[in-house]
Design a binder for this molecule. Structure first.
Ligand code: FAD
Length: 467
């Protein structure tokens, strides 16, 4: 097989042994694996040949992008990793139509560097954007900090090119915003975590690069107050609110305990710190007026001033420089790094309706205290989307105890009409949650879709849909 793959893609692009090792290491080190081999195709045609071969030989195939996924989606023991890293071509940019056609191996940040030259951007913003690839963010339907204004990756994709498990190529690379022609098949592959085929190309929607931003860090007494601030801002700033991120006191305390080179800028930490950011692409909103004031910044400070007067906010720091803004973001973006060295941890990624998030946070605190009083735990997340990342670090690292804690988090989430998987996907991590909480009919339909599209079951087997 190795020789045959070498003929297809060139021997230098088929890696085994020590050369393949790094592809078997996930970011958190929680799902190490030993792939049979790694193959690095350079074109859609090569991906097609690889899948034809894998079908013939019935070899498990695990697609891989930047390998920044957090749920074990690329674990590949004994399987063939197909790394998209060489397929990194920006095929075309239509600046007036605000679309880009790209290979699946283009790194999100690289795309944005190129787009910035045209004063455009692909508005997906998250901590791993320097390594995550377009195929990966589509396959996980990644979220991040700007979902409030731009939606998840699913909302940013117009067309897709997918190689099916039998090697045939589904060419749906359309750049149309309106296209009602039967079932929207691309949506099946978005969020499928590589279980239905390999995404090789995509047409993405773009937005204008912001002409300016207004960013502030708020000290707030609780979730209800935080949401009241968000709603007041919505009334005056609408879609200009790009981020509304939350860092509760337990998270700030963990940050202070850690060796992270970031310190919360509060004399005494509030119940919640909220990072809010407005952005506008209209130059008029962002240019200083005769009195030196910038309309976008004034819009933010006016609302914050009213909120302080009304007791919704204790304190507000408005970034005066790009450096201060970066410092505020660092406080939030360092969150995944706080778990390094503590693994295995229970890292959950849940969402609940906004009007229940305060009750949820309280109930979760109580339930986790009862489940393991000594285990440090904290939450941090995208408050505007009702999405909290929950981390619990118990001393007892046995799979049974970790599983019990995850079940506690899931149960509290489901009691509050939430989702046990908001944005990171299922992978291997949440298979038990799928079995426990997903509607049995939904699971049956997923299994039938999987059987129909991948009858031999070679695509990323054992992930997403429990058997
Ligand atoms: C520091 C940090 C911060 C993060 N922040 C966020 C966040 O805010 N929001 C968020 O949603 N996620 C976040 N993540 C998770 C992760 O970055 C995302 O899941 C990302 O979308 C994964 O992209 P990737 O290219 O690294 O995919 P990989 O990790 O390589 O793969 C992820 C899954 O997609 C499949 N896959 C990859 N490429 C393809 C393809 N071309 N065709 C078919 N299947 C494919 C894989 O088999 C796997 O199941 C974060 C991760 C880190 C490390």
């Amino acid at each position: 097989m190795i020789a045959r793959l070498g003929q297809l893609c060139g021997p230098a692009n088929v890696l085994t042994g020590a050369e393949a090792e790094r592809y078997g290491r996930d970011w958190r080190g929680q799902y190490p694996s030993s792939p049979l081999a790694v193959v690095r195709p350079g074109s859609t045609g090569e991906v097609s040949d690889i899948l034809r071969l894998a079908s013939q030989w019935q070899i498990p195939v695990i697609p891989q992008g930047g390998n920044s996924g957090l749920v074990g989606g690329t674990k590949a023991d004994g399987g063939l990793i197909v790394s998209l890293e060489r397929m990194n071509r920006i095929r075309a940019i239509d600046a007036s139509g605000r679309t880009a056609a790209v290979d699946a191996g283009v790194i999100v940040e690289h795309l944005n560097t190129r787009l910035a030259e045209l004063e455009l951007r692909f508005p997906l913003a998250f901590g791993a954007q320097g390594s995550a690839m377009i195929g990966g963010v589509l396959s996980t339907n990644a979220g991040g900090a700007n979902v409030l204004a731009h939606g998840m990756t699913r909302a940013l994709c117009l067309g897709l090119e997918v190689v099916m498990p039998d090697g045939r190529v589904l060419d749906d690379m359309v750049a149309l915003r309106k296209n009602n022609t039967g079932y929207d098949l691309k949506q099946l592959f978005i969020g499928a975590e590589g279980t239905l085929g390999i995404i090789t190309g995509a047409v993405l929607t773009l937005t204008d690069l912001p002409a300016g931003r207004a960013t502030a860090l708020l000290a707030v007494n609780g979730f209800d107050e935080g949401l009241a601030v968000l709603n007041r801002l919505r009334r005056v700033a609408g879609n200009a609110i790009e981020a509304f991120e939350v860092m509760p006191a337990r998270y700030l305390a963990q940050l202070r305990r850690s060796s992270a080179p970031v310190v919360p800028p509060f004399a005494s930490d509030p119940a919640l710190a909220i990072l809010v950011e407005l952005a506008s692409s209209a130059p008029d909103d962002c240019a200083p007026r005769a009195d030196g004031g910038v309309p976008l910044v004034n819009c933010l400070t006016d609302v914050l001033g009213d909120c302080i007067e009304d007791g919704l906010i204790g304190d507000a720091l408005v970034a005066q420089t790009e450096g201060q803004r970066a410092g505020f973001w660092r406080l939030r973006e360092i969150a995944p790094e706080l778990t390094i060295g503590l693994t295995p941890v229970v890292a959950a990624d849940v969402s609940v309706p906004l009007d229940r998030i305060g009750d949820f946070a309280e109930a979760l605190d109580t339930a986790l205290g009862e489940a393991d009083a000594d285990a440090p735990h904290w939450t941090v997340g995208h408050l505007g989307d009702g999405n909290l990342h929950v981390v619990v670090c118990p001393a007892d690292k046995s799979p049974a105890h970790l599983g019990r804690i995850r079940a506690v988090i899931d149960d509290v989430t489901m009691r509050h009409a939430g989702s046990f998987s908001a944005e990171h996907g299922i992978g291997l991590q949440k298979l038990a949650s799928m079995s426990r909480h997903k509607d049995p009919l939904a699971l049956e339909l997923m299994r039938r879709i999987k059987d129909a599209l991948d009858p031999l079951g070679i695509m990323n087997p054992g992930k997403v849909v429990p058997l």
